[in-house]
Design a protein around this ligand. Structure first.
Ligand code: COA
Length: 146
């Protein structure tokens, strides 16, 4: 398994994971799932590759700023529970560290069912539950020292 920052060629395979998980499986609309933040210069997309097959996704917003937002974390359903989610989070954190100059905060909007997953990775709940894309979420944060 390897984790790569997406270039134009990898983007297509990476987006196929997001489409499968968020649009097809979870019923999020395409307009919400594929948003304007995908195209910002401070956004970084990371794909998990098993050979040439994309199996996991994740993105970072605001890379290089004091708060970096992790989102679109997904693992194809057929390979969940095998540690890929944890590995994707480690890859995202590593890219955020490499591209930050000092201490920073990692923030994410966790679907409630995945709260335990993020807690096990050191994230703490920082908000009351709210609806985003029709799904209950909580904001979670983790401080990272340079
Ligand atoms: N709730 C609580 N714990 C969870 C969990 C969940 N939903 N999913 C995984 N875990 C635990 C695992 O048991 C494992 O614990 P362990 O190391 O003690 O065995 C640990 O978290 C890591 O699991 P891992 O196998 O790396 O997770 P995964 O590959 O199944 O990926 C998700 C986790 C959330 C990314 C995956 O379930 C997924 O893609 N879900 C659909 C998309 C989604 O909802 N994404 C989150 C958006 S906020």
């Amino acid at each position: 398994m390897k984790f790569e920052v997406c270039d134009a060629e990898l983007m297509e395979r990476y987006l196929a994971v997001r489409r499968e998980v968020f649009i097809e499986e979870q019923g999020v609309s395409e307009e919400i799932e594929l948003d304007a933040a995908d195209h910002l210069p401070t956004t970084v997309h990371v794909v998990g590759l098993d050979g040439s097959d994309a199996v996991a996704s994740g993105r970072l917003l605001g890379v290089g700023s004091p708060t970096v937002i992790i989102g679109r974390v997904a693992v194809r359903s057929s390979v969940r529970g095998t540690g890929l989610g944890r590995q994707m989070m480690a890859a995202l954190e590593q890219v955020a560290r490499e591209r930050s100059s000092g201490d920073f905060t990692l923030e994410l909007h966790a679907q409630e069912h995945a709260l335990g997953f993020y807690e096990s990775l050191g994230y703490a709940v920082a908000s009351a539950p709210y609806l985003e894309a029709g799904i209950r979420h909580v904001t979670m944060r983790k401080s990272v020292a340079a």
